[in-house]
Ligand binder design. Structure first.
Ligand SMILES: [Zn+2]
Length: 153
């Protein structure tokens, strides 16, 4: 039953003009826009989760990783510090750090072999020991030279 908005007269169904005031009647209330269909709620496990692999396959390991242990920072750092630990006097500090980092790198490889770097850690430790001893002798030699020169004067 359309009701006139001006005079509130009830008009017969289908009327376009009010029978009392001849106002254009609003057509029958527009039907509500169709509700946007929402995707059905996901209940429980989705089928593609059960059929497909849980995780995408990992990319092939970079072969470089096996040669240079980028993921094992301590081992790699120990390696380079060990190599440079032969530098006089300054190498003494590098050697000590190389030893500490070398053992730390070895422990990381032990806990996670995928890290690699065992060889680098060992090289860092060995060269660190050699460089360290070398520098100990250099320092001792320097001290001895200073002492002897002091005595001679
Ligand atoms: Zn009316």
């Amino acid at each position: 039953m359309p009701i006139c908005s001006q005079c509130n007269t009830q008009n017969p169904e289908g009327s376009r003009l009010c029978i009392e005031c001849h106002t254009l009647l609003a057509s029958s209330p527009a039907p509500a826009p169709p509700a946007v269909p929402l995707p059905p709620p996901v209940l429980g496990q989705q089928p593609w989760q059960s059929s497909g692999p849980a995780t995408p396959p990992l990319p092939a390991a970079n072969p470089i990783d096996g040669l240079i242990p980028y993921k094992n920072g301590p081992a790699l750092t120990s390696y380079y510090l060990g190599l440079f630990s032969g530098f006089p006097v300054l190498g003494l500090f590098m050697a000590g750090t190389a030893l500490v980092l070398g053992f730390r790198g070895l422990r990381q490889v032990k806990e996670n072999p995928a890290l690699h770097g065992k060889t680098h850690a060992i090289v860092g430790i060995v060269t660190g020991i050699i460089g360290g001893l070398f520098n100990v002798f250099i320092v001792i030699g320097l001290v001895m030279a200073l002492l002897s020169s002091g005595h001679s004067n």
